[in-house]
Design a protein around this ligand. Structure first.
Ligand code: GLN
Length: 484
């Protein structure tokens, strides 16, 4: 059953050829069988899943719900889930049972999508490899020696290995797209504000954006339709009518202007990645797209600006974890100061502490102008590059990451080289624009993702382009041999 597309599952559910109970049980069995090695789930929720599956079958029998009713889903452990442990990959929240649902979870629940569990991630979404989780590293189903990418590595791995048909992720600097690329699946980071952040544990609020992680673009369109929409509980939620992501999937892309930035193909780009990306561009050309050269001259400024701004926001957001109200509390504190200090020192991992310190420094009096304010100006320049480029083209294409998945341990002691792995994805978060990763081949046996970036509110167009590409390629349908 796990080799069916979500569309086929949906049809079979509605034709009564399968039940949601059977489908959900099938995934729970696979999780039992395979997740020991992969470590892609932090929490599996079999009882909740089966109870929801029964309700979904009832909804279907009564002709209620939608296309995804009865299809199980895995949520990244950054989304609060009512009565379910929600850890954000941290010891700090190891004892935290969420008292409410994130908007994204609430919507999937309303629709009757059984929740299989919560997926592993870098602690507080800070990372590019899913190695910084308190629950240990997630492995890449294509090669257990490799990282699955991060921070949504658990969600990417469960889709790649067939341990869930649909998953959610979040992307602050690349955390949907880079793991999607490393695991050979499809993922979309929507325009900032398109998906509510309500109940999504905050890392860097002006960048954080939830989105779907699936096998195909069509499935991402269906899932985004569930996730997106205005929510008054998120003050930066976009107040505008929801796009129709699905009905335009089959539009042809003749005449589409595809921008290729010269700066994307510079030194440091893996040869195998480059040749796959060039082949994908040629494929788009065959579909009738017109290739134009564009320029993103300030691309190099993005990573340094991000690593001032994101930690600054994180240092403020993470101040709520103080050992007082919820989460980890140290034993036998001697006074209030000791309670704060030890709870935070013992509850947070090394990368999180590094970022809190960097962020607090950048925001401190005397340094604010030199770092934070300067970085905000760079952010504007990076955004303006995209706005200018989109005067000449409809979408920009290139690699998601400079290399395919690296090995576990390879970069874990070298934060700067880990940070540089996000040089293609981070600029898009600075601009707040939508972008996708679409499977486009393999380099040394490890998947390669094609990056599609669009102007604000162009999700439907990106999904359309990706879907058309997936009509003439089958990279997205391939599964690692041991999980077929
Ligand atoms: N790898 C980037 C970081 O560590 C992006 C993470 C993310 O998108 N959550 O901040």
């Amino acid at each position: 059953m796990h080799t069916l597309s979500v569309k086929e599952m949906s049809e079979k559910l509605r034709n009564k050829e399968i039940t949601s109970v059977a489908l959900t049980q099938h995934y729970l069995d696979r999780i039992d069988q395979y997740d020991g090695d992969l470590n892609a789930y932090v929490t599996v929720t079999p009882e909740l899943a089966m109870e929801m599956a029964k309700q979904a079958d009832d909804m279907i029998a009564e002709g209620k719900g939608g296309l995804l009713t009865g299809i199980p889903v895995a949520h990244k452990d950054i989304f609060c889930t009512l009565d379910v442990k929600t850890t954000c990959g941290s010891k700090m929240l190891d004892n935290f049972i969420a008292p409410y649902d994130a908007k994204v979870v609430e919507e999937s629940r309303k629709l009757g999508m059984p929740i299989l569990g919560k997926t592993n991630m870098d602690e507080f979404a800070m990372g590019s490899s899913s190695e910084s989780s308190y629950y240990g590293a997630t492995k890449n189903p294509w090669d257990l020696k490799a990282v699955p990418g991060g921070s949504s590595g658990g969600s990417a791995a469960v889709i790649a290995a067939g341990l869930a048909p649909l998953a959610t992720g979040s992307d602050t600097g690349g955390s949907i797209r880079q793991p999607a690329s490393f695991c050979g699946i499809t993922g979309i980071k929507p325009t900032y504000g398109a998906v509510s952040r309500y109940g999504m544990i905050a890392y860097a609020s002006s960048f954080d954006q939830g989105g779907p992680m699936t096998r195909s673009a069509e499935e991402s369109a269906w899932m985004l339709d569930v996730m997106a929409g205005f929510d008054e509980r998120d003050s930066t939620s976009l107040e505008q009518p929801k796009q129709d992501y699905v009905s335009t999937l089959n539009n042809d892309i003749k005449g589409l202007k595809v921008g290729v930035p010269a700066e994307y193909f510079e030194a440091g780009l893996d040869e195998g990645v480059e040749s796959n990306i060039r082949a994908a561009i040629a494929e788009l050309e065959k579909l009738g797209a017109e290739i134009v050269e564009v320029s993103l001259p300030n691309k190099e400024l993005a990573v340094p600006a991000y690593y001032v701004l994101a930690p600054a926001e994180a240092s403020s957001n993470l101040s709520r974890f103080d050992g007082v109200r919820y989460g980890y509390r140290c034993e036998n504190p001697t006074d209030l100061n000791d309670l704060y200090t030890r709870s935070r020192s013992e509850g947070f991992g090394a990368e999180v502490k590094r970022r809190i310190m960097v962020g607090a420094y950048a925001l401190s009096a005397g340094y604010y102008d030199a770092y934070y304010l300067k970085a905000q100006k760079l952010r504007r320049m990076v955004r303006d590059d995209f706005v200018k480029a989109f005067e000449q083209c409809d979408v920009i294409v290139g690699p998601v990451a400079p290399t395919p998945a690296f090995n576990i341990g390879e970069k874990s002691d070298d934060p700067v080289s880990m940070y540089l792995a996000d040089l293609y994805t981070i600029p898009v978060n600075l601009a707040g624009m939508p972008a996708m990763s679409v499977p486009a081949g393999f380099s040394n046996g490890r998947p390669v993702g094609l990056h599609l970036v669009g102007p604000y509110h162009s999700e439907a167009k990106l999904l359309n382009v990706a879907h058309q590409y997936q009509q003439v390629t089958n990279w997205h349908q391939q599964m690692p041999e041991s999980y077929q």
